[in-house]
Design a protein around this ligand. Structure first.
Ligand code: ZN
Length: 244
């Protein structure tokens, strides 16, 4: 159940035990892909995963929270339009959002994440929520679980392919060649095993890492299916943990 569309009485009557919170970012994704890429990807995966989970188990109702749109993304600050909050603010915000779900009886909370910069903070927060007994919590980062022959990068083949499936009108295909030409082939500036770059503009002129020409809409659809199945498995495993 989509919390933004439901009424409070709907939620009371359904009494969901599982909560899913999509977490994105609003940050540059090169000249060809929208600033909302990570939020859109997280939301699409969360919706598909919840659907897959509810399909497998008729009794299961999931509270799907609205997508958190701004994350830990200061590394992209050189690029116009990028928004960020500090890790402290982000951790507090996502933790308290999960705590409010738990106060209504939700005892499984999974953050469905679309941005690499959020990973460390989400790992800390989900460990704390679990150890405190607030909820069985986990962070699910979609691009880490899909099995596809397209490297991740940033605004590269994997993310662009997912967009080609879920929001094709937002991919500026006429700028993809230019995006590829200005891209870096790896994340960071590595010297003797150490990444000496903190900000993206130190190693990528246009913000892209990888090749956005890789991965068509069918690849995007396959990744979405993969991620949805994986999310359903994670929800199922956490629900099992809390049932005994
Ligand atoms: Zn991204």
């Amino acid at each position: 159940m989509d919390l933004a569309d439901a009424t409070w009485t709907d939620v009371r009557d359904a009494d969901p035990e599982v909560g899913v919170v999509p977490v994105g970012s609003t940050e540059q994704h090169g000249p060809h892909a929208p600033l909302g890429t990570d939020a859109m990807a997280a939301e699409a995966v969360a919706e598909a995963g919840v659907e897959a989970y509810e399909r497998e188990d008729d009794d299961a109702t999931v509270a799907l929270a609205p997508t958190i749109p701004v994350g830990v993304a200061e590394e992209h600050r050189a690029f116009a339009g990028t928004l960020w909050v500090s890790p402290d603010t982000f951790r507090a915000y996502v933790r308290e959002t999960a705590e409010s779900l738990a106060s209504h009886g939700v005892d499984v909370v999974v953050f469905v994440n679309g941005h690499g910069g959020n990973v460390d903070a989400l790992r800390e927060v989900t460990a704390r929520l679990t150890r405190d007994g607030t909820a069985a919590a986990a962070a699910f980062t979609w691009f880490d679980v899909v099995d596809v022959d397209v490297p991740m990068g940033h605004g590269g083949g994997r993310e662009t392919a997912l967009l080609r499936h879920v929001a094709p009108h937002l991919v500026r295909e006429d700028r993809v060649e230019q995006a590829a030409a200005g891209a870096s082939d790896r994340w960071g500036d590595w010297v003797a095993g150490v990444n000496v770059a903190h900000d993206t503009d130190a190693f990528s002129a246009n913000g892209v890492v990888g090749d956005p020409r890789d991965g068509d809409a069918a690849t995007g659809e396959a990744m979405l299916d993969d991620a949805a199945d994986a999310l359903a498995c994670v929800l199922d495993a956490l629900a099992d943990r809390t049932s005994d």
